[in-house]
Write a protein that binds this ligand. Structure first.
Ligand SMILES: Nc1ncnc2c1ncn2[C@@H]1O[C@H](COP(=O)(O)OP(=O)(O)O)[C@@H](O)[C@H]1O
Ligand SMILES: [Mg+2]
Length: 261
């Protein structure tokens, strides 16, 4: 590999990664190789995240960041290795099983709100897979109590929402299933700057007050690392650097390659 990233030095091993998430492991990936069709994108990847911890994945385009989220959620072929939640192997569960019985929610990076449905209808879509719809209604009600921005527009078509409110609706829709793990792909993408902080505040609240475990991908490396407890720098399907968010922010290699410094 001869490119601008080859100077990054020795990649962290599982022992190094484990030190960043020492207790109460929630999600563990062990020596996973995964990809699409027969193409391997992630090579022998390890990952550890503690309960109520946040991990931000950064790295160049095409490094495989989204593929990690896809693999956890069950959208890829896992060729070897495994994925565990609370020590239980979930590698081969379907996305529906992961959402329903394991509590993993995947929040799409693209605009996935239905513009002509009301805010409330959009929110309830998040619970379509629950057996008891009353439970979905209860969760939706809690979300409306919590977020005035959605409450005020509950009976209006979702197309009236601002960009930031749409992202809030996308996140809230996932919450209807009461997940314990949030997989969030590029929460700040396409948002005006004034809404980016709002979205990170919402995610911070979910982590701190509702003890959600968060794995996010973020092109805006500075925002992502300021938010997250720990970060992995992914290059060509492997973790090249890992550290606490603050340490990565002050790491000169990370600064030069990803923070425009
Ligand atoms: N659905 C897919 N089918 C086949 N290849 C894919 C698919 N999604 C992504 N890839 C390929 O996997 C590699 C990693 O992509 P991705 O995980 O999206 O990168 P990142 O999120 O870091 O930008 C890229 O080479 C991309 O072209
Ligand atoms: Mg991506």
């Amino acid at each position: 590999m001869s490119n601008q990233y080859e100077v990054l030095g020795k990649a962290p091993g599982p022992e190094d990664l484990k030190k960043l998430s020492p207790d109460n492991n929630h999600i563990t990936i062990k020596k996973m190789s995964a990809g699409y069709g027969k193409m391997e994108i992630l090579h022998n990847l390890d990952l550890f995240v503690s309960k109520a911890q946040s991990l931000c994945l950064i790295g160049p385009n095409g490094a495989g960041k989204s593929t990690i989220l896809h693999s956890i959620y069950g959208f890829t072929n896992v060729f070897s290795g495994n994925i565990e939640i609370d020590g239980k192997d979930i590698t081969n569960l379907t996305p529906a099983q992961k959402l329903k019985s394991v509590g993993i929610a995947y929040i799409l990076q693209d605009n996935s709100v239905f513009p002509d449905m009301t805010v409330e209808e959009n929110l309830l879509m998040g619970g379509f897979i629950k057996d008891k719809t009353e439970e979905s209604y209860e969760e939706a009600e809690k979300i409306f109590q919590k977020y005035e921005r959605l409450r005020n527009r509950r009976n209006q078509p979702a197309k009236v929402l601002s960009g930031g409110e749409r992202r809030l609706l996308e996140i809230s829709r996932a919450l209807v299933m009461k997940p314990s793990v949030l997989l969030v792909d590029e929460p700040s993408i396409g948002l005006e700057p004034r809404y980016i902080d709002m979205v990170f505040e919402i995610l911070g609240d979910l982590q701190k007050n509702e003890k959600k475990t968060i794995i996010m991908v973020e092109q805006n490396a500075k925002k992502g690392l300021e938010f997250a407890d720990i970060g992995y720098v992914l290059v060509s399907g492997q973790t090249a650097i890992a550290g606490k968010g603050d340490d990565l922010l002050s790491n000169p290699d990370v600064g030069r390659l990803f923070l425009g410094g």
